[in-house]
Design a protein around this ligand. Structure first.
Ligand SMILES: [Zn+2]
Length: 331
């Protein structure tokens, strides 16, 4: 239920939580799911609930519902949906949350008597192929390499995280094995976003190693000259198709800080970079520079907070109507 915000738990003098609007560990509800396929599809309508015996619907707070400890959105993942087979685009799928007392009286049956109803629509999956590039600087004189220090295993984890986020809109990113690009252009490692900078910039980097897929570049750092007052180090950057800003591509910084002048700057962790990657891919596939400052839980809120990773109906509509076609990802 995006946007159904809750505050931090109130606590008594002993530090024990007094209340919490949603707590995955203690919430007690009956879930139900109704699928209403069009008659022409030939699929039967389906209604199942978690209180069935045996339970058919596996969605539950203990299973596929989560309330992240530092966020306030209760998230539900229905992993059993495919088994019903009603994969007709536009098929309504409704979820109901009711009280366990529904077993006591027919009048309390969750279909008729529920605390909340979530309306969803079945949509075909969109699959985008991506090519990950790790951009190492190779000193042209000594041959010494300055890597991003990101491993192939970490990339796998990041793509899995990104797919978890984008599965909300039925999107899946499939990554080819990462390639390491050795560059002798120092500014490809510390990328500068801003048209008037000397040396390499974001558009030069994305043009240097293009592939037929959506290109993702991990670089050491990104300096955005329009960010903050007079410029600042940034977490990510995207040149989205149709922006007119250069060869499309997504750039993610391994550090929010420079490479050479502050060598002690810690490399970002996988969760941080995952959120940045998911956000920048959002600019790309939505073909939009828009940020959702009005939705504090939205993936497209600026910043790198990993917990802000939800998407909304308007973004789903935009993706399907005017987003990137998986067959032509650079257009
Ligand atoms: Zn952004």
């Amino acid at each position: 239920m995006p946007g159904a915000g809750i505050g931090p738990a109130l606590r008594n003098a002993m530090g024990e939580p007094l209340s919490r609007k949603l707590s995955a560990a203690s919430i007690e509800v009956v879930w139900a799911r109704a699928i209403v396929p069009p008659v022409a599809s030939g699929w039967p309508a389906s209604f199942v609930r978690s209180s069935n015996d045996p339970p058919v619907l596996l969605v539950s707070p203990d299973g596929n519902g989560t309330s992240p400890p530092t966020a306030d959105n209760f998230r539900v993942r229905d992993v059993g949906l495919q088994s019903y087979g009603a994969s007709v685009a536009g098929t309504p799928v409704h979820y109901y949350l009711g009280h366990p007392s529904e077993v006591v009286k027919p009048e309390l049956y969750v279909f008729n008597n529920h605390a909340a109803k979530l309306d969803a629509v079945w949509m075909p999956q969109l699959t985008y192929n991506v090519q990950v590039h790790l951009v190492d600087y190779v000193n042209p004189t000594t041959g010494a390499r300055t890597p991003t220090a990101i491993t192939a295993g970490e990339i796998d984890t990041m793509i899995a995280n990104v797919n978890m986020i984008w599965s909300q809109l039925g999107v899946r990113f499939v990554a080819a094995p990462p390639v390491t690009n050795g560059t002798t252009v120092a500014e490809d490692v510390d990328v500068i976003v801003g048209a008037t900078q000397a040396g390499s910039s974001n558009d030069e980097l994305t043009a240097r190693f293009p592939s037929a897929n959506i290109d993702i570049f991990f670089v050491n750092s990104i300096w955005t000259s329009t960010f903050g007052l007079g410029g600042a180090f940034d977490a990510g950057n995207a040149i989205f198709p149709g922006s007119g800003l250069g060869t499309p591509g997504v750039i993610v910084a391994a550090k929010v800080g420079p490479n050479a002048s502050t060598p002690g700057t810690a490399r970002r962790d996988v969760d941080d970079m995952s959120r940045t990657l998911a956000h920048e891919l959002g600019h790309y596939v939505l073909k939009s520079a828009e940020h959702r400052d009005d939705e504090l839980w939205n993936l497209m809120l600026p910043g790198a907070d990993y917990n802000k990773r939800d998407l909304d109906d308007a973004q789903s509509t935009r993706l399907r109507n005017s987003g990137v076609n998986p067959a032509t990802p650079d257009q």
